[in-house]
Ligand binder design. Sequence first.
Ligand SMILES: O=P(O)(O)O[C@H]1O[C@H](CO)[C@@H](O)[C@H]1O
Ligand code: HPA
Length: 317
Amino acid sequence: MSSLSDPSDPADPFASTLDVLARILPPHLLKPHVAIVCGSGLSTLVASMRDVVEVPYSALQGFGKSTVAGHKSALAFGLVGEGAGVPVVMQLGRFHAFEGHPIKSVVYPVRLMAKLGVRNLIIASATGALNPNLAVGTIVAIHDHLAVPNMTGWLNPLFGPVTSPDHPRFVPLSDAYSPGLRRLAFRAAHALGLPDDALEEGTYAWVSGPTYETPAEGRFLRAAGADVVGMSTVPEVVAAREEGLEVLVLALVTNAVVIPEQYRSIKDEVKAELEGRKIEVPPEPVVNHEEVLTVGRLKAQVMKDLVARVIETIPRD
Ligand SMILES: O=P(O)(O)O[C@H]1O[C@H](CO)[C@@H](O)[C@H]1O
Ligand code: HPA
């Protein structure tokens, strides 16, 4: 561990955290091969690991507290798969900018995972579907993203000085979502016998939240080419790419973003009322976080199986 970081160096933001982990963890868990970020309602992925050691964020410098329902506040280290197993670290509870966490803190866990020696990052996120062909419960292997200035305030985690002399100033993102890991995901879905439409491909739009999209914003994002929308993921992907990690994002569709073809006309409704006519107005569905968590719970098993299978098939050198 001392080769990675020097705990006596106050300028090293990872040193004390790495030191704590080195003291807590048994040697076979200390160098994880794969890291998982668990999104809303998806901390149940921890059940795919054995020999689990959970370290609460309160014991780790650089970690805040996850304040969103459905997020725990712990790192979990464990093994996935038969035999010796694959050492894995899971972030049970991510940080979102909308919680008030500075964007650098949002991506701190991903950078720490890179310092631990992780080379592959799987991000599991809850998302709303903009693409009408994506049913609730579908898992989307993300192949691209949109971070729309003004919708996020463009909170790029790489603003500021380059974080390491080994990191590039300008990080390309045209290859941000590893084709190799996506291939493993589709092979895993096939091996598990999942129906063809259980795993699809698409583009993730990042919005700041915590408000869900207005219909006009939903229409805008869809017209811009996004398939799903969420309030996380992109900062972690950007930091992970700067750190040189291979990234797979599995976005679970937890709800449909309502994009009405035409607005309900209150003007027409009032006119009809005044004329003694009646216009039937269907109730407008409104998304809520409880629904997001419920779908996460319902899909826990398939997410677990898929993630475990991908982890087991990632080549190790
Ligand atoms: O992206 P994750 O953390 O999975 O959570 C998603 O679900 C919450 C909204 O219901 C938002 O935090 C959104 O980003
Ligand atoms: O509809 C949504 N919008 C933004 N983020 C989300 N996370 C889950 N569902 C949604």
